[in-house]
Design a protein around this ligand. Structure first.
Ligand SMILES: [Zn+2]
Length: 267
């Protein structure tokens, strides 16, 4: 009777200790799987950072390539603006010259109506004045027309240079745009892959990872070195912690730099 009871108890004890061993095994597997997932996430993040750099690198190179053509474009646009302004000035001058010519006709008609020499002298003096002013306007208008013509010639030159500059950089520009497009596509694929990978990691581990990464360091998971130091900041990890990391008991952070520590990769 007694013997049977003892046997019964030991069976229970045995199965309980088996269950707890299995429990520890499960935790270990969970943690080591989580760490592998986090390491994969980190590799994806590094690839994403590379792809982002490739996309960003193209912009200044493209700008540098386009700089000479862009300078010509700016100069051509300035010439176009100048021509528009000079045409407006020229039209304004023509208008006032017309007004003065009309005034001259009126004054010449008045010459026929003068009653004495004094009045005639006064009208003739005004005619002289208006004529000189009209001549100045006309001279100015002619100079403007000349400037407009010269600026138009310069604009044509600029447009010619611009066309050949665009032609010269065309193939290289296309190549740059193609590289940029490919890099953007790769980046989108990587981000998609990251999102798909991240949802499969437990929320707590994922948050721990993001918290470390959002800090000073881009590295979130580091492997413990063979001699028990953090693989990121190389601070020595306390023995008790090292043992916990190697056992895979929990997610352990480096006390010095905060990265999540993984056991050394098994050979
Ligand atoms: Zn560290």
């Amino acid at each position: 009777m007694e013997g049977t009871e003892r046997r019964g108890w030991s069976r229970i004890e045995r199965s309980a200790s088996l269950a707890s061993r299995r429990g520890a095994e499960d935790v270990r597997t969970d943690i080591s799987e989580t760490l592998e997932s986090l390491k994969a996430l980190q590799r994806l993040d590094a690839e994403i950072a590379d792809a982002e750099r490739r996309v960003e690198d193209i912009e200044p190179r493209l700008a540098e390539l386009e700089a000479p053509a862009h300078a010509l474009e700016v100069e051509a646009e300035a010439a176009r603006t100048r021509i528009r302004e000079m045409r407006m000035d020229e039209r304004r001058l023509e208008r006032v010259a017309d007004e003065k010519r009309q005034r001259l006709r009126q004054l010449e008609e008045r010459l026929n109506l003068v009653r004495n020499v004094r009045e005639e002298a006064a009208v003739r003096a005004e005619i002289d004045l208006v004529r000189r002013a009209a001549e100045t306007d006309e001279q100015e208008a002619l100079e403007l027309l000349d400037q407009i013509r010269r600026t138009e010639v310069r604009l044509q030159e600029l447009e010619g240079k611009l066309e050949s500059a665009r032609g010269e950089i065309g193939p290289q520009r296309q190549a740059f745009l193609e590289v940029q497009r490919t890099a953007q596509e790769q980046l989108a694929i990587l981000r998609d892959r990251r999102a798909n990978h991240a949802v499969r990691i437990g929320a707590a581990a994922r948050e721990a990872y993001e918290r470390v990464r959002s800090g000073r360091t881009r590295m979130a998971v580091a492997v413990l070195t063979e001699d028990g130091a953090c693989g990121h900041c190389f601070s020595v990890v306390p023995l008790q912690r090292q043992w916990e990391i190697r056992r895979g008991a929990a997610l352990i952070h480096c006390e010095a730099c905060g990265v999540i520590l993984a056991p050394p990769d098994s050979p």
